[in-house]
Design a protein around this ligand. Structure first.
Ligand code: GRG
Length: 302
């Protein structure tokens, strides 16, 4: 199979679903909806949603049943990017090659659009599959499994996951932090949501415990390699491909993996972690795409 073509079809499928989840409406608060849609539908690699639906598939489930959860995880990811770009956080003007949300809609609207996307994510996961104009087959998944997946995603996005990691990241700025704290920060800030994507895909498929554990181990290795790659791209990436300026981490006084391991050390680490991640996939029979996707993530240009 041509995995590149398959991946682009999956991204298209997810983008169409996201477009239907939050349709533009002619209502008084239409600017808020426009601001949510601006960031939600502005491209992005859809890594978390693809992982969620593909782990569901690899564990023997129907990816269609996981579509609303895939949309929800992209909404959470998008909200985190909108808030991360705000002047009170990273103060970035460019994201995915376009002006950031607050540059276009103003700070207040950007805060609210992020908040509303987070709420929409939970509404989407807790719905019976009809969200906005989107209809999914999530009802085929037993309610206890849906709740378990939703709880996992909630925990991964909160104080003990992504938001906790963001807090550490802010506190680490302009401080001489060691490798251990940098790793802890990224495990929470970036890794937690990636793990939740992989494991909740398995949960929605009703996967065996061994498969859930393998998905967790896979995601831990992948999440770390993803972050090291992100740091590497921030140092030596191509601004045009990235759609944002390079060198912003160093400019903000952040210690990155490049400071800790150097460029070739980072490249070595990424290769090791990708191998480790791929070895966890042996627990899944239909693992061809996930094998390819692991390499795609570690060799990506943006
Ligand atoms: C503000 C609550 C809050 C959290 C922010 C995820 C995050 C925490 C901030 C994003 C900033 C950042 C550059 C994090 C490092 C890794 C990361 C999440 C990169 C962006 O993810 P991709 O590459 O983005 O999957 P696309 O654009 O492809 O969706």
């Amino acid at each position: 199979m041509d995995f590149e073509e398959y991946y682009s079809q999956r991204v298209k499928w997810i983008n169409e679903a996201l477009d239907m989840c939050i349709p533009q409406r002619s209502i008084p608060q239409k600017t808020l909806i426009e601001s949510m849609r601006y960031s939600l539908l502005s491209g992005g690699k859809r890594i978390r949603s693809v992982l969620l639906t593909e782990f569901c598939k690899a564990a023997g489930g129907d990816p269609e049943n996981a579509l609303s959860f895939a949309c929800a995880i992209e909404m959470i990811h998008t909200y985190s990017l909108i808030h991360d770009d705000l002047p009170c956080m990273d103060d970035d003007d460019l994201r995915r090659g376009r002006p950031t949300n607050h540059i276009v809609f103003g700070e207040a609207a950007a805060v609210l659009a992020g908040d509303a996307l987070l709420n929409a994510a939970f509404e989407t996961m807790l719905s019976d599959g009809c969200v906005g104009d989107l209809k999914t087959s999530v009802k085929a998944v037993p309610v206890d499994l849906r709740l378990e997946a939703c709880r996992l995603i909630a925990e991964a996005s909160g104080a003990y996951g992504m938001i906790g990691g963001q807090m550490l990241d802010i506190e680490n700025e302009n401080r001489q932090v060691g490798a251990e704290l940098v790793e802890k920060t990224h495990r929470l800030k970036t890794g937690a949501l990636i793990s939740a994507a992989c494991v909740s895909g398995c949960i929605l498929a009703g996967a065996r415990q061994e498969q859930r554990m393998a998905a967790q181990r896979y995601a831990e290795a992948l999440g770390l390699s993803f972050q090291i790659k992100d740091d590497l791209l921030d140092r030596i990436g191509d601004e045009k491909a990235l759609g944002k300026p390079v060198g912003s981490d160093a400019g903000r006084g952040k210690i990155t993996y490049v400071d800790i391991y150097g460029i070739s050390g980072c490249e070595r680490k990424i290769a090791e972690l990708s191998m480790m991640a791929k070895s966890c996939l042996s627990e899944f029979e239909d693992n061809g795409f996930l094998m390819w996707f692991t390499d795609y993530i570690s060799t990506r240009k943006h």
